[in-house]
Design a binder for this molecule. Sequence first.
Ligand code: EPZ
Length: 426
Amino acid sequence: MDRFLIRGGRPLHGEIPIGGAKNSALKLLVAGLLTSERLVLSNVPRIDDIATMRVLLAQHGITVEDVGGPGGVPGAGQVLSVGGDIANTEAPYDIVSKMRASILVLGPLLARAREARVSLPGGCAIGTRPVDLHLKGLEALGAEIRLEAGYIDARAPAGLIGARIVLPFASVGATENLLMAATLASGRTEIVNAAREPEIDDLVACLNAMGARVTGAGTGILVIDGVERLHGARHAVVSDRIECGTYACAVGIAGGDVRLVGGQVRHLRAVVRTLEEAGIEVVEEEDAMRVRRSGRLRGVDVMTEPYPGFPTDMQAQFMALFSVAEGASMMTETIFENRFMHVPELNRMGARINVHGSSAIIRGVDSLSGAQVMATDLRASFSLILAGLAASGETMLSRVYHLDRGYEAVERKLSGCGAVIERVSG
Ligand code: EPZ
């Protein structure tokens, strides 16, 4: 298993290309199930979760071909062509248990093939992560759903029928599953209290390019008028706001001045506000988000919320940042029930973080010290890299496979700006 060796204490200078959003590209690939024509996606990040999704779609009979795109240039993204006819409507446990986003094939399979047998995803490191809102919503669209032997057995022999669905929580995945299913349902569907993340706007734009009729993106109420069929389209994946925010934290904790090329400030308002309160300068440029930090970091109190609030996917990264800030910070996690797995690892590096239920108190220290630490989940693994960038001495991060699921070419992007970080294989 690969590890990262990081030597801290160097500020970052230069440019980092920001790639296409993992949490959009995965769903756009699934949207390929909704048509037998080819959907061509550009700016797709080269990350392991995309490879896993290609395996899942292939066993459904959907081929995903790499049709070029500037190879080897980080952030340039790959171009994938998705197409084919559904040959199998079962999503097996061994794939779904590896990647929860697999559950998103349920709605499209029901909409196109009128049946689906999808393994329940089970929990993961950050929480139990049920899918009850997905299932209740699909039943509202007329699906008959049974749970049996750890699988979801769903069928809609007469096809899905539009309905008004009110989500008790603005679930990203439930919104996406129901949105995709509703595009081919008969009649009108309203999803009330829909999630408003930019990745959902991106999915709506792609579905409409495929001939769907969806309005209300970003408003919290999605209205979908079902159509007979969808056709092929070409779509560029939206920039990854979480990757951008993560590297902004890297500049914040290491110091320096970096242009995050392709970063969109408009998708990161809550994050930018927090960066500025912490003493980090953010400048919106034509095609980049420029981040600078030279003075002392300051502690800030933060609560994670559904978009446009402060994103839970940035919580671990800011926890690392606050661990070397002046004063104390309070971080409250309201989205997931177990997303503080990075705390014990940060404390081993000298951070002073205490967890009380869904809140953590971070008392800033003057410096962290390098140590052997272990990644537990995607965003936690990056928080440990951030701590390593600021720590004195060497940090060895194990289980880097967590990181490779969702971040492309991390060691290349950081060392290109002066960080000392290398991948140690085996
Ligand atoms: C998506 O997960 C993202 N994943 C997550 O990013 C992100 O943290 C999350 O949205 C919130 O923004 C992808 O897009 C692949 P939810 P998702 O449905 O769809 C509860 C990362 O690091 N819930 O909004 O699973 C659930 O348990 C990942 O890139 C139900 O109770 O998030 C959780 O506590 C991590 N019942 C909360 O809602 C349901 O049916 C948020 O879940 C569905 C969700």
